[in-house]
Design a binder for this molecule. Structure first.
Ligand SMILES: Cc1ncc(COP(=O)(O)O)c(C=O)c1O
Length: 376
């Protein structure tokens, strides 16, 4: 039962998520099952066993899916990456002539996929900023929101948009990458589908790519499962196992990342040489009114502007703790100048992902690196 452990706290739910019943002599989390074909019953064929062939069937992947399903409160399908999950959702649900509404300020490859591929097959693609205002959803088949949005960290009200989508006969999907299922449970707020990259905070060790789709509508999920089986966009057994192992510490990691982000955001805010600091946990942040109601915990990502690319480079070179890297949600604090990847942000815009280092060390290192970087 996906939601069977909902009465426990987050730490307990993460540690026990998706584990089989204890069996004496067996490990807590069974090791990865590496198999392409499985033995079949020579007479009865595939119908008498849970596993026939590795693309549709893998017990390690199913264990991970059970774990994520418990945390999201729905059934789950794991994919090879977040992009594999998002594109599977879009292509499995949308048909020529349908309209899809996407965020202007979300993860940019989703926009690129929509304009290059979806428009090419006759899907109408429209864009709206995460913070709104949202147009009428009449005639829209699918609304996909990303909240908090990467990299700008704006948010939208999932419950309100779900109501509006359902009144118009549309589906609402929420990209839950930044928040993770401990930060918000979009299905509880009325969303039809959750989609996410598990590459980021969900697994948090910067050592694998993963994605998933979660939902409560069995027919929708069957359609997407069929898409996955025929396109083959599955995670390998070892990645699925690593992800399941890493999930157990999600509560601890998020708590430290969020506390570090609070300390870092306060430090950045106090400096006159750092502009446009965004963190949805700051009481005067534009996202705060919705974030403080909707998010159970604020992600460890802080955005700010250092004015130009040269100053960002000096800052990153001077820091001893911040890795220059283009991901977020990991154990190690990392930072990325997003304009270098084509995001529509100013040249000095930095997305800083707080890791699980000690807050005092991080604040001291960032302060020294900003001092060393000098003015823009
Ligand atoms: C919000 C969001 N969604 C989806 C993705 C895609 O995930 P992946 O890199 O695992 O394909 C990313 C990647 O950064 C992301 O930030």
């Amino acid at each position: 039962m996906p939601d069977g452990r909902a009465d426990y706290g987050d730490g307990t739910r993460c540690v026990h998520a998706g584990l089989p019943e204890p069996v004496p002599g067996e490990p807590f989390l069974p090791g990865p099952v590496f198999a392409a074909p499985y033995h079949l019953d020579p007479a009865a064929g595939p119908d008498t066993a849970p596993n026939g062939y590795g693309r549709p069937d893998n017990p390690t992947r199913r264990g991970l899916e059970t774990a994520i399903a418990e945390l999201e409160g729905g059934d789950c399908l794991a994919f090879a990456s977040g992009q594999a999950a998002i594109t599977a959702l879009l292509l499995a649900v949308l048909r020529p002539g349908d309209t899809v509404l996407l965020p202007t300020d979300g993860y940019f490859p989703v926009r690129a996929f929509a304009t290059e591929t979806l428009r090419g097959i006759g899907v109408r693609v429209e864009f709206v900023p995460t913070a709104g205002p949202y147009p009428s959803f009449d005639g829209v088949r699918l609304v996909l929101v990303e909240t908090p949005a990467n990299p700008g960290l704006d948010v939208c009200d999932i419950a309100e948009l779900a109501d509006r989508a359902h009144a118009a006969g549309s589906l609402l999907a929420v990209d839950n990458t930044t928040a993770t299922p401990l930060g918000q449970r979009p299905l509880d707020l009325g969303a039809d589908l959750v989609v996410a990259s598990g590459t980021k905070a969900l697994t948090g060790h910067s050592d694998l790519l993963l994605g998933y789709v979660a939902g409560r509508d069995a027919r929708l999920l069957d359609t997407i499962r069929g898409w996955r089986t025929t396109t083959g966009s599955i995670p390998g057994a070892f990645d699925a196992w690593l992800a399941h192992r890493s999930l157990a510490t999600l509560d601890l990691r998020l708590a430290r990342q969020s506390a570090n982000a609070a300390a870092v955001a306060a430090m950045l805010r106090a400096r006159s040489d750092v502009l446009a600091v965004r963190w949805p946990g700051l009481a005067d942040d534009a996202a705060y009114p919705i974030a403080s109601r909707q998010l159970r915990r604020v992600p460890g990502i802080v955005a700010f502007d250092l004015g130009d690319a040269g100053r960002v480079a000096r800052f990153l070179t001077a820091s001893r703790l911040v890795f220059a890297a283009t991901s977020f949600g990991g154990l190690h604090t990392s930072a990325d100048r997003r304009a270098q990847w084509g995001d529509d942000v100013s040249p000095g815009f930095v997305r800083l992902s707080c890791g699980v280092e000690d807050a005092a060390d991080l604040v001291a290192d960032l302060t020294a690196a900003l001092d060393a970087a000098g003015p823009a």
